[in-house]
Design a protein. Sequence first.
Length: 334
Amino acid sequence: MKKRMLSGIKPSGQLHLGNYIGALRNFVRYQDDYEMVVFIANLHCITVPQEPTALQTNLRDAAALYIASGLDPQKATIFLQSDVMAHSQLSFILQSHSYLGELNRMTQYKDKVAKGETELTVGLYTYPTLMAADILIQDAHYVPVGIDQKQHVELTRDIAQRMNNRYKKTLFTIPEPLIEKVGSKIYSLQNVENKMSKSDTTEKDIIYLLDPVKTATKKIMSAVTDSENKIAYDPVNQPGISNLLTIAASLQVQNIDTIVSECKNMQYGAFKKYVADIVAKTLSEIQDKYNEVIESNMLEKVLQDGAEKAAITANNRLAMVQETLGLEIIGGKL
């Protein structure tokens, strides 16, 4: 029997190249070897204010881009998080088995507090327990994550082990994080100390998967580099060039040394053109498939079928947990 792998993307904005390299591309690669469960994390989106119409567009585009990137609904379970309500139910149960100190240490919340941001929501504070619920209720063995999300999987493991021990029962599978060696973190094209993010301050920082190819090419050509004028992978002294090397290597499915060897005699302009051509080819292929998906009107059925399949595992797990905790009077099943 295949081990189960779960992951999701929070489409609080349009999906971008970092999402594709760090997540979507790997989902596709894993779907033949694992029972792949992939959701659209729409509940996580609303931990910060969202404009409803824009959010709905982003969710629909994300679902279409999942498929356009190569996820096969016949192999992978694809669903909208809020369509399987057991995720939210388990989230509160996990909150009741989590400690304030653990959530205080979570990077996203801690960083925002350190920056003096105000009006932070309770949802932003507790979302790591929702992420833990997403993982545990789907009985995931593995969770592919970027370096910055590993902390959340470690929290998930701690909560699961705590509850298994407290109730002397295997309520949850203990998940393992999987971190890619290449491409687990793609940086902004203009501010290479920051991760490529939907919150980037200018459009030049980020390449969206639905950017026109010419626009994406211009963004690569204007990416920051350095004065070294050599192609080398050196994230400390040449972060801009190193970021472009990572992008090229990830999209070409090659190791970085191979790309460096191929490009070592190039000037920076020629190297950027080399990377831009790789990015353009990738975007063209994704966008062609995206248009096919949108025009076929298949999204609703894919998401409905996925939610129904995901709900079977989730509802059974939730019923077992609630009965074990003594919450059930009628309707519980062990």
